[in-house]
Design a binder for this molecule. Structure first.
Ligand SMILES: *Cc1c(COP(=O)(O)O)cnc(C)c1O
Length: 361
């Protein structure tokens, strides 16, 4: 880079994001359980909408996302004028960081929170501040203790990734109550559909002036490859974020696919139910082999091995069986492997590989 050209503050602090692996050299039967994707694939309703929209791709998409916001409003009962759609929820989180933080400001995230948060903070020139969790659970007390006069945003993943744990709504409310009014609390609810009985803080995002919830079509809705997410919060904050949203950030194809998926209640139900029963079976099967895991409220399980060496050996054994899981050393769990819950036959393959590994060691 020429010496006269200097990037904006923070940008050179960014360590590039590492996605889940998707290939194993020389294998065609790879079972990808490394990125928390829906093992059933995209909903057929979304595929049909994408196919039908193909002939309309010479047209610019809508700039206001009215159709998709109306569908989100119908299905979730969220007011359409308080919804903003983005290129994945990652882009919605980026709007928040860019619109409300800059150099000198702090963005708090928890120890095992999503690895995109520090990247997004640095993109805005702000400083990410990491707060310790307690026994793989978010600690509201630790977050509140980390707040300074520079804090602008608190990012909370609930349920957590890669922990899979959840904190109750009463704790989120205590966090919201304890934050200064000028600090935005972001509830990243990427996995909330899998957490039975939790609203993810939706009621708080409706009633408070400083709470925003984000959701995604990448996990339950099986559309990670298309990149669609949304945020819901106070109209005043959503209006600010809309100013920095590119008018055509979502394509014709993204919009129709997400709309079809949102309205496909049957498909969502099938996916949630399969996940719930298979998650219980996978968790139980791992524990029977002496592998520790917390109860998960997501579509993955964090398996904790004796140490980093055993986790690495298990990962090698999985690869030999054609199975890709996620190493989570970068998330603070060198002894862990994050395994997406698959279809019944997928989880049989996982448990079979684990049993063989344990027998051999
Ligand atoms: C997968 C995930 C998201 C969703 O990201 P998209 O940009 O919507 O694909 C957000 N937060 C967490 C914690 C995730 O694991």
């Amino acid at each position: 880079m020429g010496s006269m050209i200097t990037p904006q503050p923070g940008i050179m602090e960014i360590a590039l994001y590492q996605g889940g692996k998707s290939e194993i050299a020389g294998r065609s039967d790879v079972l990808k359980l490394s990125s928390n994707e829906n093992p059933l694939g995209p909903p057929p309703s979304a595929i049909a909408a994408i196919t039908a929209a193909a002939t309309e791709t010479h047209r610019y998409p809508s700039t206001d996302h009215a159709g998709l916001r109306a569908a989100i409003s119908d299905v979730y009962g969220l007011e359409a004028d308080r919804v903003i759609c983005g290129v994945g929820s990652d882009e919605v989180l980026q709007f928040i960081c860019q619109a409300f933080t800059g150099p000198g400001d702090e963005i708090i995230h928890t120890e095992h929170g999503f690895s995109m948060y520090p990247i997004l903070a640095h993109m805005a020139g702000a400083t990410p501040v990491q707060v310790a969790e307690v026994d793989r659970q978010v600690s509201v007390d630790n977050i509140l203790a980390a707040v300074t006069e520079r804090t602008r945003v608190v990012m909370l993943t609930n349920p957590g990734n890669p922990t899979g744990t959840i904190i109750p709504e009463s704790e989120i409310e205590r966090l919201a109550d304890g934050l200064p009014k000028g600090v935005i609390l972001v509830l990243d609810c990427a996995y909330i559909e899998y957490a039975a009985g939790h609203d993810g803080g939706e009621a708080l995002a409706r009633s408070r002036e400083n709470v925003i919830m984000t959701r995604t079509f990448s996990k339950l809705y099986g559309l990670g490859g298309l990149r669609i997410g949304f945020g819901y919060g106070p109209k005043a904050l959503i209006d600010v974020m809309t100013r920095i949203r590119q008018p055509y950030n979502l394509s014709v194809v993204q919009l129709v696919a997400a709309e079809a998926a949102a309205l496909d209640l049957e498909w969502a139900k099938t996916s949630v139910e399969m996940n719930a029963s298979e998650r219980a079976r996978l968790t139980c099967g791992l524990r029977q082999q002496g592998i520790a895991c917390d109860d998960s409220h997501t579509n993955f399980v964090l398996a904790r091995f004796a140490d980093e060496g055993e986790a690495a050996a298990m990962e090698t054994a999985f690869q030999a069986a054609g199975i890709l899981v996620r190493k989570v050393g970068g998330y603070g769990f060198p002894e862990g492997l994050r395994i997406t819950v698959g279809r019944p036959e997928d989880n049989d393959r996982v448990l079979d590989a684990v049993a063989k590994f344990k027998d051999a060691s």
